[in-house]
Write a new protein. Sequence first.
Lengths: 329, 260, 291
Amino acid sequence: MSRAALILLLGAAALLFFVLSLLTGPAGYGPAESLRALFSGGDGAAAIILREIRLPRALLGLAIGLALGAGGAALQGFLRNPLAEPGLIGVSASASLGAVAVFYSGLAGASIYVLPAGALFGAACSVIVLLAIAARSGSTLTLILAGVALSSLAGALTSLALNLSPNPFASYEIIFWLLGSLKDRSMTHVWIALPLIAAGLLLMFMSLRALDALTLGEEAAASLGVDLRLTRLLVVAGVALSVGAATAVAGAIGFVGLVVPHLVRPLTDRMPGSVFLPSALGGSALLLAADVASRIVIPSREINVGVLTALIGAPFFLWLVMRTRREAL
Amino acid sequence: MTRLLARDLTVSLGGSPVVGPLSLRLEPGEVVGLLGPNGAGKSTLLRALAGLAPHGGSATLDGTPLAQMSDAARALRIAYLPQARTVGWAVAVERLVELGRIPWRRFGSALSETDRAIVAEAMRLMDVGPLARRLATEISGGEQARALAARVIAQDTPVLLADEPAAGLDPAHQIAMMAAFRSLAAKGRSVIVSLHDLTLAARWCDRLVMLDAGKVAAEGAPAEVVTPALLGQVFGVEAVVSTVGGALAVAPIGLSGGPR
Amino acid sequence: MRPAAAAKGFRLAAVLSVAAAFHAPALAAGPARVMSLNVCTDQLAMLLAKPGQLISVSALADDPHLSFHKNLAGDLPRNRGLAEEVIAATPDLVVTGQFSLHNTTQVLRRLGYRVEEFTYVQSVISVPAEIRRMGALLGAGAKAAQLASGMETALAGVAPPQCARPVRALAYEQNGIALGTGTLMDSAMQAAGLVNIAAEQGFAGMTPFPLELLVKDAPDIVVLPDIMADAPSLADQIASHPALRALPASTLKIRVPAGSLACGGPFVVEAVKALAAARAGTLPCKGSAVQ
């Protein structure tokens, strides 16, 4: 499949699920009525619902999907490892911990604008740690184990931080932070997350040429003029910004960055640079589809979207591990 | 006009000196063979010349000190083929070779006609043209080695440093690789290639440099360097050196018990 | 019986009678030492106990969201509802809730303590009976009767005037939970003459209510929760969701006094009055004669 065709196809899929997301919700409006309400403006109930509840949700699904898909592609490209992805190696969990530590401690006066700062810091720390571990030992096993350890530690500390809050609701919010949700997000969340995700995507994009060169290994890449330190910085900052911002507003959503690049890679020439944009678009399509499903699977209830991505992604991951078990881990 | 000139070059690994001080020169249009036992410092020397390891002393390329060159500028002048043959993703051979054009391409631009021509020529030279669409991880080790060598040739630099590129290749392809380096030299490029095959080195290189424990043990024409005495002293082997078809043929036949 | 034993028995009976004579006035006035283990029994006990009769209240008595009368708690020792604390305090009567600390209740009863359980009141109308019961237990019958009838009068006085159409309200708590049938809020809304949208749609108890439905149903009044200003949580964020802000200006957003619906007590009337006042302020009711 040609590169342009693949990108068009995935872009169309993302757009399709974006529209479906706008049309899904308990208010029960028909498609025509919903779209009319979205563009009509005004004060009517339908307009408020579309503008303040459904639109931010769909926009976040789109943006977060881009962030997670691209983050997975970038990490895999840099680590030369198809099993790396932000959720699996503990970046999302660390971002959650950062956000929780800042928000629930009241450090920032209960303003949700501060959540991203903590999340970015948590994400950056975890990526730095993981890259350091990966640099010392190239084996996949080490990387995955380090990710598991980091996830578990971050999860436990998150739970502790929540339990320490005097607010009675805090300890129940562990579900949100560890299994992500787009429920009742508002345009405020969109304004917080979108610029940071865009900045992160840009930084990751700037590292793509270096990631291609890394196909030949670090020494050959360096001899091709690639600045490895700068590349590492771009990847760390890019992943931290986009995954951190995504987690700050929607909690930890895992496996998107694992499943999508893997599905998309055989349709490209497999160079990290070629996998990046299709992964981002595919991530959007997948997350938006999961978010639609999370609202219709059980009629009167909503499931956390992170539950659905885990239900798809974890068996997929197991299958991947089994398949590559023959190769040295 | 010496292309590459190293004077009192030293390279340290983890604080202790591994290579040097040594002096080395490389002229345009010549193939220089780098010989020496395992651990003599061949790889370390090549890595330092490629700018991948810091070095003491001076090393200049066409008069400009290597240490002062930016990574991008150096990539246009020196290409390096590492000993470890890494292919991170199952990409087509053609894509792999195209990576050699990275220093010449502006970010985000597509391959130009010139790029494609150079890539095609490099693949022809290393006889991997028929493998262009095959995945680099699904070809034999020897084919992979040739594909990676094609990448380095496609980088189209005046200087080419290759660390044991012929290891693991069958005799025909070993000879083909050396012949490819010779044809590059004939066009004015310079090649330093480290080898373990003494016959190959003796028959295909203009000059040989023999390293022993980080220092130059001998340097000069093959006949001056590949002598039973030096082989016994540096490699600790008893070897038979004869002339076959106008060039040297070297056959190690046993251990010499000499100083090593 | 042998003479020595009979004499001993006689002396014991004499001592007991004297002791009983001394304690008789105290028993008539209620137990001397009362301990409350539950924030709701705290409220009634604090209102009805004589000075020095109540010896301990629960730790939650300090929580403004649960304890309407937190200012009455004063210096009373706080307890966490543990049996050890009861044993150390040696009360004559322990009052607690039915659904909290159930094991503690069994342990205490086995040890011979008198434990009276109060169910969590879900209806405004049944509160006066609870007040009277606490009064009887504490020996404060007259005071309780006063409070109870005062409450009944106040409730009767909140006679909802006729409005142009039924006024519809929804109580929307943290995490998007609405209060449906069987909750104290629902009962208070009824007493104030409001239609509870959650009950109307068949939701019972505390139930998740989609924000979209809230917007679509366009309530006249939205009752928002009290949130902790200095200890943030995501649950509290729902109260400031832009969709709620975007509701028409005619939609009133109100809060009932803190803790007024957390337990059954005379203070429930404050919540009913607040709801009735809001009702009077809505468009269909403006201009009608108001209580």
